[in-house]
Design a protein. Structure first.
Length: 295
């Protein structure tokens, strides 16, 4: 029997509707809506198209979203000054720095410049540390989107074997902490796991499998444990088509639930950015404890 496809567009729409109701309530209460700023260096077509999709989502939810484009030659200090101004502006509630940034920019330093209560992407080292301690104000968007997909299946993670393939700072590592918080038993596989030819062994035991590597077809369908939840974060261009890291057709035959690429994690990720903006606004305006995001 073929697995159920986790439709990211459908899930994104459902969360968007919930967030748009929440923004309306906040507007009634405070007379304002969250105001988010996306700082972009340069004007690469791909980055602009992603920013457009963020803008459309913000409009749908009723959030104010501004794209601020600076020249790609902007110096580190100039960018940091720009961020400081946004940090101090009470009319701005959320800041994101569009990636990739030019090579001369130290992204880690930039991340630490963003005020922690306005850090939409959770890139400030304090927000990363808070995640470790379970005191999270902001959760990075892609891991949050993965968790929403898993939640939508209704499966309780407590005691389940979860395997995350890919250990990046923006996806694999933070996601592992979120799975751990739900009491899954988490294994993190990475390049050395593949080099040691142990990837297939780990995947064979995965009741929850999340793959975030960026290599088309890395995970063979026949490796998937029957009845697993499979979340494919990977985005790869193959012969003009976008595909994930998991062999979709064969994996679908074994999984209970599986995300497609495109149309799985991606659409939900954008909505998570908006949700972070709303949480940041509530924190700044209402000094809300962020119950949904804390342990
Ligand atoms: P990174 O390149 O930063 O991280 C990839 C990770 O996979 C690294 O830990 C890397 O190890 C590991 N890796 C590389 N090769 C192998 C292998 N053969 N076996 C096991 N692990 C391996 O990528 P990101 O985390 O930024 O992104 C991962 C994928 O997710 C990409 O395709 C990206 O486009 C996509 N993505 C999708 C998003 C969405 O919203 N849908 C958002 C963000 C990313 P090492 O570094 O040691 O080589």
């Amino acid at each position: 029997m073929s697995g159920q496809i986790l439709d990211g567009k459908f899930l994104a729409k459902r969360i968007c509707d919930e967030l748009s109701r929440e923004v309306q309530v906040l507007k009634d209460k405070t007379g304002q809506v969250p105001h988010l700023v996306n700082l972009m260096l340069g004007n690469e077509p791909e980055a602009c198209s992603y920013a457009n999709s963020q803008k459309r989502t913000a409009q749908q939810i009723g959030i104010r979203y501004d794209l601020v484009q600076l020249p790609s030659t902007t110096k580190q200090l100039e960018l940091e000054n720009h961020i400081q101004k946004l940090n101090q502006d009470p009319a701005v509630h959320g800041i994101m720095i569009h990636k990739p940034v030019p090579n001369h920019i130290d992204y880690r330093r930039i991340g630490n410049c963003v005020a922690i209560e306005k850090d939409l992407e959770g890139i400030n080292v304090s927000n990363i540390g808070k995640m470790m301690l379970g005191e999270t104000l902001i959760i990075p968007c892609t891991p949050a989107a993965v968790m929403e997909h898993i939640k939508s299946t209704g499966v309780n993670l407590r005691g389940k074997e979860a395997v995350v393939v890919g250990a990046s700072e923006i996806v694999g590592k933070p996601l592992s902490l979120l799975l751990l918080r739900e009491w899954a038993t988490v294994s993190i596989c990475h390049i050395a796991t593949s080099e040691a030819r142990r990837l297939q062994d780990h995947i064979a035991g995965a009741e929850i499998l999340v793959v975030a590597v960026g290599k088309a077809g890395l995970i063979k369908g026949e490796w998937i444990k029957k009845g697993a939840i499979v979340i494919d974060v990977g985005i790869n261009q193959v012969n003009g088509h976008i595909v994930g890291d998991v062999e979709f057709e064969s994996a679908k035959e074994r999984a209970a639930f599986i995300t497609p690429v495109p149309g799985g994690v991606g659409p939900v990720t954008v909505v998570m950015l908006m949700r972070n903006g709303i949480e940041a606004y509530k924190y700044q305006k209402l000094q809300n404890k962020v119950e949904r995001l804390s342990l």
